[in-house]
Write a protein that binds this ligand. Structure first.
Ligand SMILES: Nc1ncnc2c1ncn2[C@@H]1O[C@H](COP(=O)(O)OP(=O)(O)OP(=O)(O)O)[C@@H](O)[C@H]1O
Ligand SMILES: [Mg+2]
Length: 486
């Protein structure tokens, strides 16, 4: 932590000097003022981080005025009030006007130190949250897709380019990595945005119905076809057709799809004529299509027709530096949701069913405690961004009236992620055990210890761990935990 500058305002010289000395011992840079006037003059000359002031300063300006002046000049300054016996009411008043905290005479120095460090921590969090929010507004997003990792920034560039074309796109990636989000973003940034985005989940529709869904049918084409219907391809004419879980498509249909893509025309089931279509296809899958091709489960020619522009969504565990920003993004969204719920409740007027209503949140700006964020960054997120989103939604619900998410609000598996790497000596818990996360933590910790032992010498650390140096460097790259500091 960089050295912090403190202005200490106290008219009792012995107390002032004693506190100043102890603060200096702890690495603070302290200046003293014996009166309110002196303090206010000094504040005009120098940007202190912290002002600690007695409330009663014997004549002239009192602590409240010092604080007011300080906050007017430096909105982010930390103000701490020292009160005498019986003046707590005034201290509370001061806090309402922006003091961070107060301490009552006589006090132990450690109490003061504790107040200072928690105020500093709070300010750091505030600054960080504000910083992340600004980033959200500025750069790191494309149509609601958030990310600041190198891969995500590259993805944004790619998306901007491909959105302008009509080329077929194949989006691959594990569940919850944002494949559908990407498909929609492409459509909404393409010249086709005024036309429809039609989504069909090939995995959710029974095989026997999928064909009719895709291509449409005429009346009487099969039992139950009581009317003529256009298929999804026709619905998406001049727009975009999103074919989700394309890897589940049965072989016979794969062939028909191939013909449609090649010929750019569809034939409704039972119809003799064809309909010309102009459709941009975005397919998505969380299967490994190359392997399915090798195993003969997916047509190779169709694969190449779909994979014109491959877009791969990396798993969240490989881009942990996106987590703080995603957290901020979701908290902002859930916070807005809370505000809407509250307003709706207020409008419903008096219709209170909750016997123990939480105190209303004046401004539901949600934040997250740093140690909770650390847990989120240690978890391996098998469900990727969706799992993160759900965990935060759950956490927000559990905070009740609190505005800050704490470790205890996180799902048990995520809480376990931040735990120490002590060898497992307990049975596997009911809610399961996150093995990949555990292995990663273990690796991280052991490597950190080896590096500590060798004073950061990677070659020596690799030797200690029976690894090749290049392997260690690779692991470090993968495990690297990016800082969220500006
Ligand atoms: N980079 C991101 N920024 C913001 N939200 C994201 C991001 N990635 C995913 N999400 C959110 O996570 C959730 C899951 O995303 P989406 O449905 O696109 O995943 P998917 O890859 O299609 O998953 P599945 O394979 O299970 O269908 C959505 O609510 C989406 O908005
Ligand atoms: Mg999906």
């Amino acid at each position: 932590m960089a050295e912090k500058h403190v202005l200490l305002v106290e008219d009792e010289a012995p107390l002032r000097e004693a506190v100043a000395e102890q603060l200096a011992d702890r690495g603070f840079h302290v200046e003293q003022a014996a009166s309110g006037e002196q303090a206010i003059t000094r504040l005009g000359e120098f940007a202190f981080d912290i002002v600690i002031t007695d409330l009663r300063l014997g004549g002239g300006a009192d602590g409240t005025q010092v604080l007011e002046e300080a906050r007017a000049l430096y909105p982010d300054i930390i103000g701490i009030i020292i009160t005498g016996f019986g003046t707590v009411k005034d201290a509370v008043e001061a806090i309402k006007r922006g003091a961070s905290d107060f301490i009552q005479k006589p006090f132990q120095f450690d109490e003061l130190l504790h107040i200072i460090s928690s105020a500093l921590e709070q300010r750091r969090l505030r600054a960080e949250n504000a910083y992340l929010r600004r980033q959200l507004e500025e750069r790191y997003r494309f149509e609601g897709i958030v990310g600041k990792s190198k891969v995500m920034k590259e993805l944004f560039e790619l998306l901007e380019t491909v959105a302008q074309t009509s080329s077929t796109i194949l989006v691959t990636g594990e569940t919850g990595t944002g494949k559908e989000l990407v498909a929609r973003a492409i459509h909404h940034n393409s010249p086709r945005r005024a036309q429809r985005f039609v989504a069909i989940n090939c995995g959710a529709i029974p095989e026997t119905l999928l064909e009719a869904e895709l291509f449409g049918h005429v009346r009487g084409a099969f039992t139950g076809a009581v009317a003529t219907r256009a298929g999804r391809f026709e619905e998406a004419h001049r727009g975009t057709l999103f074919m989700d879980e394309v890897g589940t498509m049965p072989p016979a249909l794969q062939m028909k799809l191939l013909r449609v893509i090649q010929g750019r025309e569809v034939q409704r089931l039972g119809d003799t004529g064809v309909v010309k279509i102009d459709v941009r296809i975005i397919a998505a899958t969380n299967n490994d299509l190359t392997r399915m091709v090798a195993e003969g489960a997916f047509r190779e020619d169709l694969y190449y027709r779909l994979n014109v522009i491959p877009v791969h969504m990396p798993p969240l565990r490989d881009r942990k530096e996106d987590i703080p920003l995603l957290v901020q993004h979701f908290l902002q969204r859930f916070g807005e949701g809370l505000a809407r719920d509250r307003d709706a409740a207020a409008r419903a007027g008096g219709n209170v069913t909750d016997p123990n209503p939480e105190p209303r949140i004046p401004n539901p700006e949600l934040s997250i405690a740093q140690d909770a964020l650390r847990h989120l960054m240690s978890h391996s997120w098998p469900g990727n961004v969706r799992e993160l989103e759900n965990s935060l939604e759950r956490a927000v619900a559990l905070t009740g009236g609190r505005r800050q998410i704490e470790v205890k609000d996180l799902p048990p598996t995520v809480q376990a992620a931040g735990a120490s790497i002590a060898p497992i000596d307990a049975p596997i818990p009911e809610e399961g055990f996150d093995l990949p996360g555990y292995v990663e933590r273990l690796e991280r910790e052991v490597i950190a210890r080896a590096l500590e032992k060798t004073g950061g010498n990677k070659g020596a650390a690799a030797k200690l761990l029976n690894l090749k140096r290049t392997t260690l460097v690779e692991k470090l790259k993968r495990l690297e935990r990016p800082d969220v500091d500006p």
